[in-house]
Write a protein that binds this ligand. Structure first.
Ligand code: CA
Length: 497
């Protein structure tokens, strides 16, 4: 009799219906420009504010990646990498301006073919119709914070009087409750526009943060002496670039009062005040995202979906919250190169664990496929994070990451650069137009100089390490098929014509 029951159980396990029931759902939560410094689970100077209780709860039940990075620190290219599992030069989306080829291979198309129901709701920043999603509802381009319109397969809907963070959550909950088919595992991608510039929080959070004062970063008044042309000539400073009206809304009566109280000759005082205004709006946007994620987590719990749903949170890149006197991203320095990544997988991730392996956004697509038990196509360029989620720290895990930023000349005037980083050392090569002699290197020892204030490229003590990283850079170019490095920029080509 026991033998018969065992045989029956074995047959059940082989049946596709049983396998389907066991494959986990994936809830991918994503935001735009969310610096890891503004997540409680990552510690740092905002830790005591309890800014992100819901994200912290995911961390408590799961795993925090302490060394998660992007391959190109800017909005649309990061999303293209998320979908394709490939670096920018392979998926073709090297900057925010050019088109994205939706016809190319993307992980969601493969998931869909293999029995997953797929949905994308929120900001994707890739113009054209989405492919491989059973349901999609996305903001056109950057989208709007207030009165946002959303584009679907059928057309456009405007949500008058509503905030994008609230609408995205509402639409995601609607899909979970009413639209998805209960007999398939799902991949739901919920992509918030917040906290992108120009930081417009919901009214309830704006008011809560309106009189708060936040700690300043040590590098707010950086003079860029220890670095080269790119850091010295960028256009992303709180001092010069941040606009009084559109960015920090100085026209508001309470801000006018604060402005009037300043000594007009104290230039630093104005930077300090702009920083406070920036943080009030930015962190209020974060609080709104976290609150909304709480609503989705509550729904998972109430519906019982939480037992078989992997929840992952990340952002399209990091961001400067006044470090080096900046906002924005783009550079290969830690604040913008790193991105948050937190995941919980019921029954798999151990509670409150951390991992410091070097992971990158090229890994996400293969991770999703691996979770679903699907072999990733050979031409995807990342690694599955599943072993790490299971608590392993594989001995053959990569030791270096490749980075490449292309959008110059362009907004914020950050020179083109590529680079390689290990756990301790980082080598950056700025190149092309408006870089002296067409090439400029920086090298940082993150152990001795974690804030990257002084490039050691010319320090003979590091010559061996620099040579090693140059070799590694060549290896990675080869591995990732960086065919030729564009030496001249598009604007120069235009001039020739
Ligand atoms: Ca972004």
């Amino acid at each position: 009799m026991t033998k018969l029951i065992n045989a029956l159980i074995f047959l059940m396990m082989l049946s596709p219906i049983y396998a389907e029931a066991k494959r986990p759902n994936i809830l991918w939560l994503f935001s735009d420009d969310h610096a890891f410094q503004a997540i409680g689970a990552y510690g740092g100077r905002f830790e005591n504010l309890n800014l992100t209780p819901n994200l912290d709860s995911i961390a408590k039940e799961g795993l925090v990646f302490d060394r998660a990075y992007v391959g190109n620190s800017i909005c649309a290219p990061s999303r293209a990498t998320l979908l394709t599992g490939k670096h920018s030069h392979i998926n073709g989306k090297i900057d925010n301006r050019g088109p994205f080829n939706h016809d190319q291979q993307q992980f969601q198309k493969i998931l869909q073919k293999n029995g997953y129901e797929t949905a994308m709701i929120g900001k994707i920043h890739l113009s054209g119709k989405m492919q491989g999603f059973d349901y999609w509802e996305v903001l056109p381009g950057q989208g709007k914070y207030w009165d946002p319109s959303f584009v679907t397969e059928e057309g456009k809907t405007v949500y008058k009087g509503e905030h994008s963070t609230d609408v995205i959550t509402k639409r995601a909950l609607n899909w979970l409750e009413n639209d998805r088919s209960a007999d398939k595992p799902f991949m739901l991608m919920v992509h918030y526009k917040a906290p992108h510039r120009a930081w417009q929080p919901t009214t309830r959070w704006k008011e809560k943060f309106s009189a708060m004062t936040f700690p300043e970063p040590d590098t707010l008044f950086d003079d860029y002496k220890g670095r080269g042309t790119a850091a010295n000539e960028q256009d992303m400073s709180i001092d010069i670039t941040m606009r009084m009206k559109q960015d920090v809304k100085a026209e508001q009566p309470e801000r006018q009062k604060e402005l009037a109280a300043l000594d007009p000759n104290d230039k630093k005082a104005l930077i300090r005040l702009k920083y406070q205004w920036y943080m009030r709006d930015y962190l209020a946007c974060i609080a709104g995202v976290d609150e909304n994620i709480g609503f989705i987590l509550d729904h998972l719990k109430a519906s019982g979906l939480d037992k078989n749903t992997i929840v992952m949170y990340s952002a399209d890149q990091g961001f400067y919250l006044g470090e080096h006197g900046w906002f924005d991203k783009r550079l290969m320095y830690e604040e913008s190169y790193r991105t948050p990544l937190i995941a919980k997988w019921p029954g798999v991730t151990k509670p409150s664990t951390r991992n410091s392996d070097l992971v990158q956004n090229i890994d996400f697509a293969e991770t999703f496929l691996d979770i679903a038990g699907i072999e990733a196509p050979e031409d995807m360029q990342g690694e599955s994070l599943v072993p790490i989620l299971k608590g392993e720290s594989p001995s053959n895990w990569r030791k270096h990451l490749y980075y490449h930023y292309y959008e110059y000349p362009g907004a914020h005037s950050v020179r083109r650069h590529e680079g390689v980083s290990g756990k301790r050392f980082k080598l950056i090569r700025f190149y092309g137009k408006d870089v002296p002699n067409g090439e400029e290197w920086e090298f940082f020892d993150l152990k001795n100089d974690p804030k990257e204030m002084t490039s050691q490229y010319k320090n003979p003590e590091y010559a061996a390490e620099i040579a090693k990283l140059k070799k590694e850079l060549a290896n990675l170019r080869d591995k990732y098929e960086v065919a030729e490095l564009p030496q001249k920029t598009s604007s120069k080509k235009k001039k020739k014509k």
